[in-house]
Design a protein around this ligand. Structure first.
Ligand code: NA7
Length: 556
């Protein structure tokens, strides 16, 4: 089936309402989870809000949208055949190519027959009497499953952050959010465009929009470090070599710290003579990409070490941006890479264009959106289009959009927000929610690693776990409260030993008003994490309660 046909495709098995597993989302997570469980013989249904596969890559179609993991590592590695059949065109894949890749996977593995598109899961409640999850869909249907698995990702179209700025409803121009971009082409030619936000999305979109727009005004709250992506077409020889080395590349990705081959440097930035360090940073800058973050072992843990690279990156901004007043406004002050690091193509160069204005919102905050544009405390800017590159309510946001309730009607949102923040066991499950699994959940490596690797780890672990439960006649698996307490404490200790928690970011929840602060990511490294979760499985799922002879009434 082709991507075009898929929109006319309708699941025919509508009469089936009870499955062994229900999965939310047909992105990287949901597609692999479906394949894994189906191959093992379980009945699975995936529900997907969009009209096609792709998850975040289905929705984030903004100009310049591109992945900041290198393409050859931004794919599934579970199947050698699949890996070798697909060929990426450039070093960093653009959104449309990733979407094509995921459509290729869905076709190749014949996944669509078990995915119901254009369908949202509104609520998922655990029914203790019958030991199943009752799931309400947006069309009013109720379905059920023994296992409920979320593949909603950490950044979702359901949890975009559109700041509550007074007057948006009166704006006479058009406005868009980068994470929920329209499918039709937006023509910026001859338009006065405003972009709010300079995270990954803003940094990618700004240079592209600037080339088209009559005038672009960038509204910046926090100046950003960004590294040149130095994107380029991949040559055939390189691709062939990569495919030949499939097994070794896969091994390295899965055993590494960040999900890419290669680990962090083993020397301290502070022990290096300054001229050597400068050469190392220059070489990393010239090579482009995120490798600069890993040049020394202490960049993410030691303030003085981080300052060496932060100073280097600030000097690059001064070199590139000609107007001293503008480069002054662009100077970041936080510890490099403690916000999710960003790659760019001509981002700082864009501020040398005559049709681009930079507004520093720290000096002149936004007062309101007016019918004609946007007013800060200093001026009003007339706009035809306003782009919100303002990010997401990340990590927990996508989960909280669904009314998920475990035992005794306990809501996930209440448990994690009104209690003492997020608590999970291994980022995969949470006490009080039996037979519930979260792919790339809070307190797992997720967004601070190469995400497809994090997803593969979880899908494989969950798939093996469900097989084990089936083989051993286990009715329910549930994280023990004390195991979850210990895991959350461990995650916090690891995070507190780094600089990440010293910076406000969407990782800490600081971008969303009234969101409790925390740091719900495990940053001990993806290889280390895999060892931990595999050992726990090998010990018969230590830290979980497994109930084998529960008296469950069968569900009719
Ligand atoms: P990000 O990284 O959360 O960036 C959002 C940007 O929007 C960031 O510069 C924010 O400034 C800014 N922002 C957010 N709210 C406001 C308001 N109210 N006023 C002004 N500016 C605001 O989201 P992205 O979509 O760029 O990237 C998300 C992830 O996608 C990224 O980390 C990668 O994993 C891929 P702030 O820094 O909060 O001051």
């Amino acid at each position: 089936m082709t991507a075009n046909q898929q929109q006319f495709y309708k699941i025919e098995k509508n009469q089936v309402t009870n499955f062994e597993a229900i999965v939310i989302g047909a992105g990287f997570s949901g597609l692999y989870m479906l394949n894994r469980l189906r191959e093992a013989g379980f009945s699975v249904r995936v529900y997907e809000k969009g009209n096609g596969v792709g998850g975040a890559w289905y929705w984030s179609r903004y100009p310049g949208a591109r992945c900041d993991s290198e393409s050859i590592y931004y794919n599934y590695t579970f199947s050698e055949e699949l890996y070798k059949e697909w060929t990426w065109s450039s070093r960093y894949p653009e959104q449309a190519e990733i979407l094509r890749y995921l459509n290729f996977v869905a076709d190749r593995l014949d996944l669509r027959q078990d995915i119901q598109f254009n369908t949202e899961i509104k609520a998922a409640h655990y029914d203790e009497t019958h030991n199943l999850w009752r799931i309400d869909l947006n069309d009013g249907t109720c379905v059920s499953a023994k296992y409920f698995i979320t593949g909603v990702g950490c950044l979702s179209v359901n949890a975009t952050n559109v700041p509550a700025i007074k007057g948006l409803d009166r704006f006479e121009g058009k406005w868009y959010h980068t994470g929920a971009w329209p499918h039709e082409k937006i023509d910026f030619k001859g338009k006065r465009v405003g972009v709010i936000g300079t995270g990954s999305s803003g940094v990618q979109a700004i240079p592209v929009i600037a080339q088209k727009a009559e005038h672009l005004t960038v509204f910046q709250r926090t100046p950003q470090y960004t590294i040149p992506a130095r994107n380029r077409p991949l040559d055939l020889e390189f691709i062939e070599k990569t495919k030949e080395n499939y097994s070794e590349i896969r091994r390295q990705m899965h055993e590494s710290f960040g999900g890419f081959p290669g680990n962090r440097g083993d020397r301290s930035a502070l022990e290096e003579p300054p001229e050597n360090r400068q050469s190392v940073y220059e070489a990393a800058w010239e090579a482009g990409g995120l490798a600069i973050r890993s040049t020394y072992k202490d960049i993410m843990t030691n303030e003085a070490a981080n300052n060496t690279v932060s100073d280097f990156l600030r000097s690059k901004i001064r070199e590139i941006v000609q107007d001293p007043e503008v480069h002054g406004k662009l100077m970041p002050t936080y510890f490099f890479a403690t916000k999710r690091p960003v790659l760019d193509t001509n981002y700082f160069e864009t501020y040398n264009r005559k049709n681009v204005t930079l507004v520093d919102l720290r000096k002149s905050p936004i007062e309101e959106i007016t019918p004609k544009g946007l007013r800060t405390t200093e001026a009003e800017y007339e706009l035809d289009f306003l782009v919100f590159a303002t990010g997401y309510d990340g990590v927990t946001g996508p989960l909280f959009k669904i009314d998920i309730r475990g035992k005794d009607g306990l809501s996930l949102k209440e448990k994690w927000e009104d209690g003492a923040l997020v608590k999970t066991y291994l980022g995969l499950s949470t006490a009080g929610f039996p037979n519930f699994f979260i792919i790339t959940g809070p307190e797992s490596p997720s967004v601070l690693s190469n995400v497809p690797v994090a997803i593969e780890q979880h899908v494989e672990w969950i798939g093996d776990c469900i097989q084990y439960l089936h083989d051993h006649g286990v009715e329910t698996i549930e994280a023990k409260a004390e195991a979850e307490e210990a895991w959350s404490k461990h995650c916090k200790e690891v995070a507190d030993s780094t600089l990440y928690t010293k910076t406000d970011s969407w990782l800490t929840g600081a971008n969303i008003a009234d969101k409790p602060r925390g740091f719900p990511i495990y940053i001990g490294g993806i290889g280390q994490y895999r060892q931990i979760i595999d050992e726990i499985a090998a010990k018969g799922y230590e830290g979980f309660s497994l109930v084998t002879h529960q008296k469950t009434k069968s569900y009719q």
